[in-house]
Design a protein around this ligand. Structure first.
Ligand code: NAD
Ligand code: UGA
Length: 462
């Protein structure tokens, strides 16, 4: 009991995933005066959070967790105890795209979210602030408040929106120095009081001018819009990459020239084989669904185009490979360099490499995949293809006897491999398809490779 009294606040977080774990680790590390308990229904995940082998890979995460774990940061499966003991509850459960019924393939599946609300309503015996950390459709907080406050115990809940903007691979740096923290609250006395309590938490390490407040609906919608606009920039530059390949313009030069306009800015204009990750596609499709459900069909079609362009880019990459390799890849060994959806993460959710691998297998290529962190996930993603693919930890092994290499993830280590040695072991003519434009194309060409970057003239020996 004495032990409990030393903490000035008791915070719980439901959902110990990519967001809940790192976010709460940051709060606990920066605020030793608060007790932070992260709970999840997945016992395996919680056990991993309590071990040296955390369930997710993020640079700097283990150090951060170790700093606070057992001191004021706790991971547990006892959801009810965590709810009962906290004044502030962050909810960070998954909100995937619905796969069934009304809105299937587009709407957010809110079943995990609603289940959490019902558990909180059932267990709580004192007033609480509930913070939406998950990404949710605009106006979800209204439904949440209705479920929570419809109790006969006289317990009141104030629902806030505090969406998370961290990106995987840089989660700890993003949490440490966020561009902004957004807190949406009702414009009532209770709403503003709850808002101040959340502002106070972040103000422990985030400069006050970076903590932005708004109404609840703006906060919920801002999260969807931020992801939609980031993805839109990638689809824009990827669409231009296709035009560059037809005109001998160089998309890297175009991207640089365009991005130097201070009104546009240089970030998120890197051409690629398409964006991946658990959220861009899901959140845009959710935005599309919301727009359609309000009868804003033109708005919906506009945002749908961002996803359509992304699908096109993935298909186009494989089509380019086939056409470059004399219109057939059947029986040819092709090494995919990278399988994660981006560098510095083992996450493969919606990774464009999944589509590339599947399309190549359909074309009867012998696909071999290498990745420093994502091979375990690759096994799961390609479970029904495992008899037709090979996984190799070592990129040199993957490339051995291959006809082509396709760079799918921008891992730094792929820049500095010994491509002379790799070339020697490959079938000739040897091809490199640089889906991330990270390699030294001129040097590869001089070694003897036929090089096909994204959105740049190919360098061919024939
Ligand atoms: P995740 O799948 O990694 O984690 C969610 C966790 O919630 C899982 O461990 C699951 O077991 C748990 N859970 C689900 N229902 C539960 C319940 N009723 N009780 C207890 N635990 C439950 O998801 P994530 O990537 O952390 O994303 C969470 C939310 O944050 C999503 O809405 C996502 O859109 C958003 N988001 C994600 C990122 C990201 O980089 N991954 C960034 C910003 C926002
Ligand atoms: C993205 C957003 O950047 C975060 O702000 C947001 O919180 C998060 O989604 C979320 O809501 O889940 P994340 O998906 O982790 O973060 O990673 P990004 O760095 O945004 O990359 C997404 C994808 O776009 C990757 O496949 C990446 O390779 C690709 N990308 C990114 C490009 O193809 N070109 C670029 O210029 C930038």
């Amino acid at each position: 009991m004495k032990q409990e009294q030393k903490f000035t606040r008791h915070i719980a977080c439901i959902g110990a995933g990519y967001v809940g774990g790192p976010t709460m680790a940051m709060i606990a590390a920066r605020c030793p005066q608060y007790k932070v308990t992260v709970v999840d229904s997945n016992a395996v995940r919680i056990a991993a959070w309590n071990s040296e082998g955390l369930p997710i890979y993020e640079p700097g995460l283990l150090e951060l967790v170790k700093k606070a774990r057992g001191r004021n940061l706790f991971f547990s499966t006892d959801i009810e105890a965590a709810i009962a003991g906290a004044e502030i509850i962050f909810v960070s459960v998954n909100t995937p795209t619905k796969t069934f019924g009304e809105g299937a393939g587009r709407a957010a599946d809110l079943q995990y979210w609603e289940k959490t609300a019902r558990t909180i309503a059932k267990v709580a015996t004192s007033d609480k602030i509930i913070v939406e950390k998950s990404t949710l459709p605009v106006r979800t907080a209204a439904a949440m408040a209705r479920i929570l406050n419809n109790n006969d115990k006289g317990v009141r809940f104030e629902v806030l929106s505090n969406p998370e903007f961290l990106a995987e691979g840089t989660a700890i740096a993003d949490l440490d120095k966020p561009d902004r923290v957004l807190i949406g609250a009702r414009e009532t006395d209770e709403g503003q009081k709850a808002r101040d309590a959340i502002v106070e938490i972040y103000a422990n390490w985030v400069p006050r001018e970076r903590i932005v407040t708004s109404n609840v609906w703006s906060a919920e919608l801002s999260k969807l819009v931020a992801n939609a606009i980031l993805a839109q920039r990638i689809s824009s530059i990827n669409s231009v990459s296709a035009l560059c390949e037809k005109t001998d313009a160089d998309v890297m030069e175009v991207s640089r020239a365009v991005g130097m306009d201070s009104r546009i800015g240089p970030r998120f204009l890197r051409p690629s084989i398409g964006f991946g990750g658990s959220c861009f596609k899901k959140d845009i499709l959710n935005l599309v669904y919301i727009c359609d459900s309000y009868g804003l069909n033109e708005v919906a079609r506009y945002w749908e185009g961002v996803v359509a362009m992304n699908d096109y880019q993935k298909r186009r990459f494989v089509q380019n490979m086939i056409s470059a390799m004399f219109n057939t890849v059947a029986g040819k060994r092709i090494a995919l360099f990278g399988f994660a959806f981006k560098a510095n993460t083992g996450d493969t959710r919606e990774s464009p490499a999944i589509d590339v691998a599947k399309q190549l297998v359909e074309e009867q290529a012998k696909v071999v995949i290498t990745d420093p962190k994502a091979l375990d996930n690759a096994k799961v993603d390609l479970a029904s293809y495992l008899s037709k693919i090979e996984l190799a930890v070592d990129p040199y092994t993957a490339a051995k006897a291959a006809h082509g290499i396709a760079v799918c993830t921008e891992w730094e280590e792929y820049r500095t491999l010994n491509y002379h040695a790799i070339f020697e072991t490959m079938e000739k003519p040897a091809f490199v398809f640089d889906g991330r434009n990270i390699l030294d194309h001129r040097k590869l060409y001089e070694i003897g490779f036929n090089v096909f970057p994204i959105g740049k003239p190919a360098l061919k020996h024939f």
